[in-house]
Design a binder for this molecule. Sequence first.
Ligand code: NAD
Ligand code: COI
Length: 330
Amino acid sequence: MKIIVYGVKPDELAYFEAWQKTHDQPLSLHSELLDEKTVAWARGFDGVNCLQTTPYSAAVFAQLAEFGIHFLTIRNVGLDNLDLAAAKQNKIRIANVPAYSPSAIAEFAVTMTLYLLRRLGETRAPLAAGHWNQAASFLGRELGQSTVGVVGAGRIGQAAIRLFAGFGANVLAYDPHPGHPEPRATYVSLKQLLAESDVVDLHVPGIPANDHLIDDAALTLMKQNAVLINTARGNLVDTTALLKHLRAGHLGGAGIDTYEHESPALLRYEQTGKFTDPQWEELAQLPNVLLTPHVAYHTETAVENMVNFSLANLVRFLTKGEAPDEIMIK
Ligand code: NAD
Ligand code: COI
């Protein structure tokens, strides 16, 4: 069984090394991402394992098929960067890791919410300038006295509902396909959720149908001083409209882990330099905005599970022709 692994990050190495030892199975590990150039390295391998936010293109799938490779497992949840139609056309079967740790992302959303409700960002500049009294002037709000609207009540959304409910918040949820609804939330329409929530927390996939789900009209529906949290995907929020509502003092703040114009190099630790983007720069200047570089997932538990569960999927594909987390492409 010959396995090639792309996009290996330094924090994953120890888990890959441990896996190789316990499985007595070497892996060909590469820090580079899978693309039209690096796909050539997969020749002669049986299966591919990857982590990246850059596209898996039709050309990559065609090349893998030409090498006789039919199994790809990815170490993350989101499928938005995969050309699934091209994968199917080239008979490439794919598995993701749907639940490496929903709590990791849910806890991060709660962290951002508390930071913004207690206005911690606003204390930083006056504190740095030595203006202690001014820094102490920002009156916060309590999560337990707030209404939180969770948009997308799947694995991560439901974990977030449980955490917010644990703080005593009144939790609303919107999901057009709720499955088994989480009883700690009241399920309402998106319109009602936006109109009644002090915190709007997004956990929906970044599929094209959800592009700018939170646009100017949606933001207009939100309460004065409400806070928006996006740890899901950048394309869900219209950043131009978000800036307009922040500048106008309508929104109380925003927590953005997944930014609309995110750098494709974000998972490449070895690449340094300034990320320049005018809207990012403007958001970064706002004390009531918390920006993070797509790290909501980034915990020891999550990274270990991403490695182990995705390799378990690949081994099952290669030995049994099936994998527990195979994505069924329509
Ligand atoms: P999931 O599939 O378990 O749940 C997603 C839910 O969203 C589903 O119940 C679906 O019905 C619902 N949904 C889809 N479109 C909707 C819409 N327009 N309005 C309301 N609900 C809608 O997925 P999950 O595991 O909860 O993950 C959610 C997303 O989180 C992933 O797709 C990924 O983009 C993102 N994510 C981000 C990070 C990070 O580090 N920032 C890590 C993991 C996942
Ligand atoms: C996901 O698992 O979908 C994420 O967003 C995590 C990231 C490392 C790609």
